[in-house]
Design a protein around this ligand. Structure first.
Ligand code: MHO
Length: 214
């Protein structure tokens, strides 16, 4: 993996962060994902004491491969944010922008989405990204960690659970996102052993298109 790949970051709250992490993980142009807590003011949130924070996904992406607008299209198409269902702060629909360009694109995109959904009122908030607190290790790459033997064989330290490109990708593909055809085009870059690869092939095929759940 080359160090000079251009990198930008997006932060979204879209309900349970396990699903969001798998959705974006298998998406082309996404380089790394980390789940965490953001959007509030309380100090050092944890899963048990989240305070006024929301479960969010931080996404590092290559903007020459996928645009912020394309990340937003996935955002709108993959979670609930209508006023018909009251949403707890923990699962709020949230776009935390990193710069003025993201702010503008997010606000325009929200207006368009509101027009599409009217008369329903969408609850999504657009706000500046302030503090982001990475979630506990057991929440990172949750679907991948569910494959215990594979996860163990990958030697994922708590740091790697947040930063590994391969863990990011496998966490998406094993949850059925991306599909077998796309997986085949990328798997050579993952550096898997033959055993790991065979295991992944089987489960990517089994789970393809199963839909995200929490
Ligand atoms: N409470 C749900 C979702 C977890 S989530 C990371 C569960 O345990 O399945 O909010």
């Amino acid at each position: 993996h080359h160090v000079n790949i251009p990198k930008a970051t997006a932060t979204f709250g879209m309900g349970c962060f396990w699903g969001a992490e798998s959705l974006y993980g298998a998406t082309r142009g996404v380089l790394r994902t980390t789940v965490g807590y953001a959007g509030g003011k309380s100090e050092l949130p944890t899963y048990r004491k989240m305070g006024d924070h929301t479960e969010v996904l931080e996404i590092d992406y290559d903007p020459t491969v996928i645009s912020f607008k394309e990340l937003l299209d996935l955002f709108w198409n993959n979670h609930e944010y209508g006023l018909t269902t009251p949403i707890k702060r923990q699962y709020a629909s949230l776009i935390l922008y990193h710069d003025d360009e993201q702010k503008q694109i997010a606000e325009t995109s929200k207006l368009e989405e509101q027009e599409r959904r009217a008369p329903e009122v969408i609850t999504t908030e657009v706000a500046p990204k302030a503090n982001f607190y990475a979630a506990e290790a057991y929440h990172q790459k949750y679907r991948l960690q569910g494959h215990k033997d594979l996860a163990t064989s990958l030697n994922l330290s708590p740091t790697l659970l947040q930063s590994s490109y391969v863990a990011t990708k496998l966490n998406g593909y094993l949850a059925g996102v991306g599909g077998m055809e796309q997986f085949k085009t990328e798997v050579d870059t993952f550096g898997l052993t033959p055993t790991q690869r065979q295991y992944c092939n089987y489960h990517v095929e089994q789970n393809e298109g199963q839909g995200l759940y929490c």
